[in-house]
Design a binder for this molecule. Sequence first.
Ligand SMILES: *[C@@H]1O[C@H](CO)[C@@H](O)[C@H](O)[C@H]1NC(C)=O
Ligand SMILES: *[C@@H]1O[C@H](CO)[C@@H](O)[C@H](O)[C@H]1NC(C)=O
Ligand SMILES: *[C@@H]1O[C@H](CO)[C@@H](O)[C@H](O)[C@H]1NC(C)=O
Length: 289
Amino acid sequence: MKLDSVLVLSAVALSASARPFNLARRDVDPSLIPEFGVQPGVNPTGTGDCDGIPNAQGVPIKIPCICPPDRATFIADLNANVAAGHAVNNTGVQVTFPTDNSKASQLARITAATITLQNLRGPGVGCPQAATTFGAQAAAIQAGTAASAPAPVSSATPASAPAAPAAPAAGGVDPALVPEFGVQAGVNPTGTGDCDGIPNAQGVPIKIPCICPPDRATFIADLSANVAAGHAVNNTGVNLSFPTDNSKASQLARLNAATITLQNLRGPGVGCPQAATTFGAQAQAIQNS
Ligand SMILES: *[C@@H]1O[C@H](CO)[C@@H](O)[C@H](O)[C@H]1NC(C)=O
Ligand SMILES: *[C@@H]1O[C@H](CO)[C@@H](O)[C@H](O)[C@H]1NC(C)=O
Ligand SMILES: *[C@@H]1O[C@H](CO)[C@@H](O)[C@H](O)[C@H]1NC(C)=O
């Protein structure tokens, strides 16, 4: 899997460098550009807002539905900023994109990506950082817990880096403490892969992928793996915990852990939307209790 993506990235790099246009200006290596970790268009409110990363309570931060941008457009804008040495749309803000594997350089690349994101359409006019996991990625780099850089690195991989995901801890979390989805998968299919999730404020069901929510046994296994790791196995910058007592804070932490698991089922930010569950209403009810 990892090897596949390295091969794909090298193939992209080769075909890119074969294009005569790119000989004029040296574009940055796309594999060094942080992934957004968030999908645009999740759980639209109908007023232009969609779900970004969850806040501390596990409730998604609202972001414009057009965020994060298309990755190809973003890479073109980042390249323009790096070539200029500053944000083209905010000339007072310097941009550098060092390519080595040091902490400082990894953080500088996240900063360059953040500046590009926040000035996509003019000075300070772009997408919020909550449209990405850049914050969590930076925290993981600072803490030294980031996954090794995707660029081919021969000797810099720490010996402790896990070669394969750890097996789920025997036992796992107590299923009775795992919040119920409250939504059935596969209701009212449109024929294009969308089904009904929870209703929006107008009572109209929000469309969700028909495969959401996932099978509960699979979900509990993924949640157990994340809890055992202390973070989302598929999004290592996002920590979670699953305290078992009955306090409000612990109940909310469990909903948060369930939400993070749900949203990273198949990769960083790739999973099911919160609208495939009643987790939001459950968190609200706990907060109001
Ligand atoms: C600058 O803003 C314009 C629109 O105002 C946009 O088309 C362009 O892509 C932006 N450039 C960069 C480098 O962000
Ligand atoms: C995640 O947990 C690790 C290990 O406990 C810690 O070092 C790191 O700061 C945490 N990261 C975030 C974003 O809270
Ligand atoms: C991580 O993603 C893979 C597929 O990409 C999936 O098979 C696995 O169950 C996920 N793990 C967790 C803990 O969500």
